[in-house]
Design a protein around this ligand. Sequence first.
Ligand SMILES: [Zn+2]
Length: 402
Amino acid sequence: MIGQQERKPLLLTNVRPIGFGAETPGSAVDILIDGNGRIAQVGPQLSVSCEMICVDGKGAWISPGWIDLHVHIWHGGTDISVRPSECGAERGVTTLVDAGSAGEANFHGFRQYIIEPSRERIKAFLNLGSIGLVACNRVSELRDIRDIDLDRILECYSENSEHIVGIKVRASHVITGSWGVTPVKLGKKISKILKVPMMVHVGEPPALYDEVLEVLGPGDVVTHCFNGKAGSSILEDEDLFDLAQRCAGEGIRLDIGHGGASFSFKVAEAAIKRGLMPFSISTDLHGHSMNFPVWDLATTMSKLLCVGMPFDKVVAAVTHAPASVIKLSMENRLAVGQRADFTVFDLVDSDVEATDSNGDVAVLEKLFEPRYAVIGSEAIAASRYIPRARRLVRHSHGYSYR
Ligand SMILES: [Zn+2]
């Protein structure tokens, strides 16, 4: 970390802006950020003083700060979450959106111990189930209606509306048994009352991906959109593919949510080839997906680039697109007076082999390499996550790699 205590001005030199809309300068610039974290000057070759912290961008790209729309970071309050520091600024991500780790019963702890002390901006989808992901996939948060308390959800939202950006429902029989699409309908009702979007996880049916799309409306998010699960892949069923394409056109947001089990190179490649782009790229990072197969947001972005998504669309899918979901303004992000929130990164040649959630492998010939997360007047050195060696873990029902 550079310059937190000193609160000296920060001068970023030789960075190439991308993703700032019509205001994007056409060539490399220097950016001066004052000690209060606000942009003081933007232009070619600004003058340096000994009062400044200087960071040489060496011609790297600079975009609005990356946003990961689907992570699990209620570390200590759930058995599945990682710490924000493991997937945030040090990975080039300045905003993390927790996707339903906390429910109304434990959101106050998430706010006090995670949201408030973190240097990253943290927003959250509130789980429809009261307990959230305390013991994820072992103690379901949505067994039946006794797990949902509408009054307390409304109360929790009114106390935390600056942090909560929507309602999260995991619609998969692993969680909901035979309860089908009913929890999604209840979640939709609450999100309509609160006037916030709902994010729905699609997976093992029931509920069917098709049924979920029928309940959602413009502004809502379906995460794990390009999963390769039997009964839930958009490639297996032309009617579902057509429905997903129509819904995307009507404003339902298709989010990647890679995760341990929910991203398929084959599905993504075929969908993109047929013109169906994901709206947002997110990791679904948690303790069981980080080492295998996700690693981080930069690698997930590189995977989408690898299967045919254009570079500028990949950048938009971690900046403008998720920003619109969480109502974060992207106007004039490079203007004097704005608070600095940037990611500095390179796109490098690579021969890294990466794996999707189905075990398929692809060589990533181009790799997003984060260099710095800039949050106010701090430039935090960033890099891709280096996965730990996989280890065999014994469970009550057998063995798996972690
Ligand atoms: Zn998740």
